[in-house]
Design a protein around this ligand. Structure first.
Ligand code: THU
Length: 157
């Protein structure tokens, strides 16, 4: 028997320490939270994806009376991005959230498992790591890749 350990490198930035590009991508994710349609959870999530053609695509969670039919912000954004620019590789995704109190969450919200699985496929298509920025009120976590959030990845293709 061998014991394997997986570690995830996370950089924790203060909002005032970010470079301009990352700060503006996060600002777009924060703005996108206002376009969430969340009558059921009242939890607004926004995502902004920087593509290698320089375009930034945003998405927000969209809920539905038939609850499982709703979509998270990350999948709204990644499907919209690839449906709009199928030849552009993802470079970075930023994710932000506003809690039910109407304020930005104190600590970053990591993407759910289904979104990690969706995003990792676009990372594979990109052929290089896609950075992940998770924004909170006082701290931003930077992960080097989607795969770092989904280390034992199912990949059938
Ligand atoms: N949500 C996201 O948009 N992204 C995630 O990664 C986790 C959860 C949404 C789904 C639902 O509309 C609301 O947040 C509450 O779960």
């Amino acid at each position: 028997m061998k014991e394997l350990t997986i570690t995830i490198p996370i950089k924790a930035w203060g909002n005032d320490e970010l470079n301009n590009n990352d700060a503006s991508l996060i600002a777009k994710a924060r703005e996108a939270t206002s376009r969430a349609y969340v009558p059921y959870s009242k939890f607004h999530v926004g995502a902004a994806i920087l593509l290698d053609n320089g375009e930034i695509i945003t998405g927000a969670n969209q809920e539905n009376a038939a609850y499982p039919s709703g979509t998270c912000a990350e999948r709204t954004a990644c499907y919209y991005a690839h449906a709009t620019y199928p030849d552009a590789a993802f470079d970075t995704i930023a994710i932000a959230a506003t809690g039910t109190d109407g304020k930005e969450v104190e600590y970053p919200i990591p993407p759910c498992g289904a979104c990690r699985q969706a995003l990792v496929e676009y990372e594979k298509l990109a052929g290089h790591p896609v950075r992940v920025l998770l924004a909170g009120r006082d701290v931003v976590y930077e992960l080097p890749s989607v795969k770092s959030l989904l280390p034992l990845t199912f990949d059938s293709f």
